[in-house]
Design a protein around this ligand. Structure first.
Ligand code: TTP
Ligand code: MN
Ligand code: MN
Ligand code: MN
Length: 382
């Protein structure tokens, strides 16, 4: 029997992947607070605590109505003592002193600003914080040497911290689709990540690329990048080759969501459609960071785009893995492992009771290894 809890006449499953989690829900104030604590735990490299707050937040998102009293939480899963204390404070006082305190703290604010730079992770931001760096502008004062990604991150900081809109994602889909179609006829792209989940904004745009004929997708990315660079559409790009061959464990059992697909982290130079100067329609905004201060609009915006290439045999798993959210993926893998004795990754799904050592080296995908691969439909639950 799988764990579930009765609450207010509803069954609340303790695995987030087995519940409906709508984008619009009734407990925004509470989930924002818990998510801030989760983010802060990440900044302190406390992954366990970070995930615990994310799980608690996800439970509140799944509720049919607003939480009005602690009674409403009775029997709900994933709400630990700490989360309940924060919720109680907000219900009673409107705010949580711990959340307020964290948000105002020098550490949180510095880590938020520094990890907001493309190419800067928690580890680097922490080192810089210990050295006394608090804001991106301090990096120059302290004479820090930046790698190529971080330098681009600083150059386009304003644009990259402005949310990407759905309209911009659609424009990019057109451009990437044209590039992919030009270098490999028949290749297809799919919009993944937050936009595939229906979000109206995102921090980047994610695309999955494949070709219906297995193997034709090999070495595709350098050509796509070349096509885009020739047209001056990229501000930054870094290709990571696929690493199926080096895979020691197959599929990876770690909780990490890094996979072994060929990928490219890019910053696109997205030309914004010129709007006719009439009535109330607005011209594209001028990002100050890239401007000489003339007040003239450059007519483009820097946007982070992730390109991922998968062989068609792994497409379903890659699509599932790259759609997110991060918590959904983590919970799905946890559920597969703990409840179904299956091992799920962005590459394949295995019956881990039948597979001990994984497939032979240089796998071509989940097919043809005598392994048990379930149809995805049986995983999607209610
Ligand atoms: P993100 O683009 O980081 O997140 P998102 O699209 O859900 O949200 P945002 O709007 O902020 O961009 O990653 C997209 C999904 O891809 C994420 O749910 C997990 C997955 N993923 C991998 O499978 N491997 C990876 O290496 C990364 C970075 C993400
Ligand atoms: Mn994304
Ligand atoms: Mn993100
Ligand atoms: Mn991404």
């Amino acid at each position: 029997p799988e764990p579930s809890t009765q609450s207010a006449g509803n069954t609340m499953d303790s695995y987030a992947c087995r519940r409906r989690t709508p984008l619009q829900h009734h407990n925004m104030v509470l989930t924002d607070a818990l998510q801030l604590l989760s983010e802060n735990a990440e900044f302190c490299e406390n992954e366990g605590r970070s995930v615990a707050f994310k799980r608690a937040s996800a439970v509140l998102k799944a509720l049919q109505g607003p939480v009005c009293s602690l009674e409403d939480l009775r029997g709900l899963p994933c709400l630990g003592e700490h989360s309940r204390r924060v919720i109680k404070e907000i219900l009673e006082d409107g705010v949580s002193s711990e959340v307020e305190c964290t948000q105002q703290s020098e550490k949180y604010q510095a880590m938020k600003a520094l990890t907001g730079i493309f190419g800067v992770g928690v580890k680097t931001a922490q080192l810089w914080f210990w050295e006394g760096i608090r804001r991106p502008a301090d990096l120059q004062t302290f004479g820090k040497k930046l790698n190529r990604a971080q330098a681009a991150g600083m150059l386009y900081y304003e644009d990259l911290s402005t949310p990407v809109t759905r309209a911009e994602a659609d424009l990019l889909q057109g451009i990437v689709g044209e590039a992919v179609g030009a270098v490999l006829p028949g290749a297809r792209i799919t919009l993944t990540g937050g936009f595939r989940r229906g979000k109206q904004t995102g921090h980047d745009v994610d695309f999955l690329i494949t070709h219906p004929e297995e193997g034709r997708e090999e070495e595709l990315l350098p050509k796509v990048i070349g096509w885009l660079e020739t047209r001056d559409l990229l501000l930054y790009q870094k290709i990571h080759k696929n690493s199926y061959l080096e895979a020691k464990e197959w599929p990876a059992r770690s909780a990490s969501n890094m996979d072994r697909f060929e990928r490219c982290f890019t910053i696109f130079k997205l030309m914004l459609p010129r709007v006719a100067p009439q009535g109330s329609t607005q011209a594209p905004r001028a990002p100050e960071a890239q401007e000489g201060g003339t007040g003239e609009s450059p007519g483009w915006k820097a946007v982070r785009v992730d390109l991922v290439v998968t062989p068609i045999s792994q497409y379903a798993f890659a699509l599932l893995g790259w759609t997110g959210s991060q918590l959904f993926e983590r919970e799905l893998r946890r559920w597969a492992g703990q409840e179904k004795s299956m091992s799920l990754s962005s590459h394949a799904l295995f019956d881990s009771t039948r597979v001990r050592d994984g497939p032979p080296r240089a796998p071509t995908g989940p097919k043809g290894h005598g392994l048990s691969v379930l149809h995805l439909e049986s995983l999607t639950g209610p």
